[in-house]
Design a binder for this molecule. Structure first.
Ligand SMILES: N[C@@H](CCC(=O)N[C@@H](CSC=O)C(=O)NCC(=O)O)C(=O)O
Length: 284
């Protein structure tokens, strides 16, 4: 593990690290914010999953999350969005919605993608173990959130591993990748033509299949250009209504898909997770 950058931020530390990722078979970067409280002992951990075209740096530079993480005493890890390196396969036409920067948080089963594209294992297994070994974070007190493709990743990973996360939230998530062009392209290539296999990576399908209840918050901008064709928030609203799954889904008038939207509500998401993480301590 190599520390590439360390900047003081709201009395805590904004770190950027490089390491060898065994699950992905390549070198990776991730960013980690440690609040000032981490100097005194282990702090709860939030995982942030970014969207298409992002690296680990978009969130830490644009969301304005550090102020709130420092206030609530939580660490935030922001991993990259796909395996990286010259040896990693990419979209043959260099499209931005598939391949590098677009791992969709799945374990690919189809060649050539299956060699490196194992972001589901990286986020849900390798990264927690690595962080617990090297940093003052309590990976038993963790929550997960993300944006767009990363909102999809956060929802799917939390719904499939409810014992590992106290809460989940998302900004403008792709809620039904089996039913939108971005998702159909990615899942078709990464997982092959069997659409049954795709359902393991679809939030609406997981809820319909009986996923356990977790505290869930979703914010969706109503002026988001991707809402109608790709994000389809109405499918999550219908799924929750049909199944009785309790989620707070807020439609925010005038907001688009950008980090201006995320930075407007990031404080509210971090406060939501901090409350749930605090409850988990009182429940012990
Ligand atoms: N390059 C694209 C726009 C891509 C885009 O909007 N990416 C979003 C995530 S979209 C879903 O996963 C993003 O977070 N971008 C990074 C940023 O810093 O804003 C285009 O040209 O339309």
């Amino acid at each position: 593990m190599e520390t590439i950058a360390n900047n003081r931020c709201f009395e805590g530390e904004q770190l950027r690290l490089a390491h060898r990722a065994e699950s992905l078979g390549c070198d990776m970067h991730f960013s980690l914010y440690l609040p000032p409280g981490a100097r005194a002992g282990n702090v709860p951990l939030l995982y942030w999953l970014s969207g298409l075209t992002c690296t680990d740096e978009n969130f830490v530079q644009k969301a304005g999350a550090q102020r709130y993480a420092a206030e609530h005493g939580v660490a935030i890890v922001a991993p990259d969005t796909s395996p990286r390196g010259d040896e990693v396969a990419d979209d043959p036409e260099g499209a931005w919605d598939f391949g590098l920067g677009a791992g969709f948080y799945v374990n690919a089963t189809e060649a050539p993608w299956s060699r490196h594209y194992r972001m589901y294992d990286y986020i849900s297994e390798e990264l927690p173990a690595l962080l617990a070994r090297h940093f003052p974070v309590d990976t038993e007190r963790a929550s997960i959130f993300g944006h767009s493709m990363g909102g999809h990743g956060a929802l799917v990973i939390a719904l499939r591993n409810p014992a590992h996360y106290q809460s989940v939230s998302a900004f403008a998530p792709i809620v039904a990748p089996t039913r939108c062009p971005w998702g159909e392209k990615a899942l078709g290539h990464y997982l092959g033509p069997d659409r049954e296999a795709w359902k393991n990576y679809d939030t609406c399908e997981l809820i319909r299949a009986g996923a356990l209840q977790l505290p869930m918050l979703v914010d969706q901008g109503e002026a988001d250009n991707f809402l109608e064709e790709q994000l389809k928030t109405e499918l999550l609203e219908a799924t929750c209504a049909d199944t009785g799954y309790e989620a707070t889904i807020r439609r925010q008038p005038g907001y688009d898909h950008s980090y201006f939207f995320i930075s407007s509500f990031i404080g509210s998401h971090i406060a939501f997770h901090a409350r749930e993480l605090e409850k988990s301590v009182s429940d012990d």
